[in-house]
Design a protein around this ligand. Sequence first.
Ligand SMILES: [Zn+2]
Length: 207
Amino acid sequence: MTGAPCILSGPREAVGAWKHRAGTRGAFKKILGGAVQNGIVQAGNPALRQRTRPLSVPEIRSKEIQRLIENMRKTMQEAPGVGLERRSVPFHVLINPKITEMSEEQVEFFEGCLSLGGFLALVSRAHGVRVECLDERGKPKVITASGWYARILQHEIDHLQGTLYIDRMKPRTFTSMDNWNKFWKGMPVAEIRKMLDDPGFRRGSSE
Ligand SMILES: [Zn+2]
């Protein structure tokens, strides 16, 4: 039930969930005529770069999609927690989500993804968002979120477009999880940026 944000499928309208694995995506892809796979899809798998399509309400209620959702739920329960797991949110299903930023305010924070296991980078995201979508029964719902939850929603819905956090990250902040724990954990983001943006930065120079 924990883990850094991670998503499921397609273009601005499709199935989304916290954490995905190929079984899930595979099942989804099968609907689209693709191959079924097992395990969490890792970077380089074309599935991560594909856009999904909207689902109709009858499709959502079909056995196939209901099985897919159940599969995703189990996957999430079994998936290893990564990085910032304590900040995650419980499993829930978003179908055909449309996301709107609620304010101009952007926030930078370290973000990871189970499809790029073991790494983190600073990513700028809107502080608040509103998501209109359907639930697992095809019923419309609206979510307003801020902070970490808003970040997860943006990360997950990006996946539906075939977009990964590395497309949005500040490249110089890219770090392995181990080194984040070793060197950067607990340090204010502004300070990290200052150090990493400084071409003359030398380790220990701030001590
Ligand atoms: Zn992800």
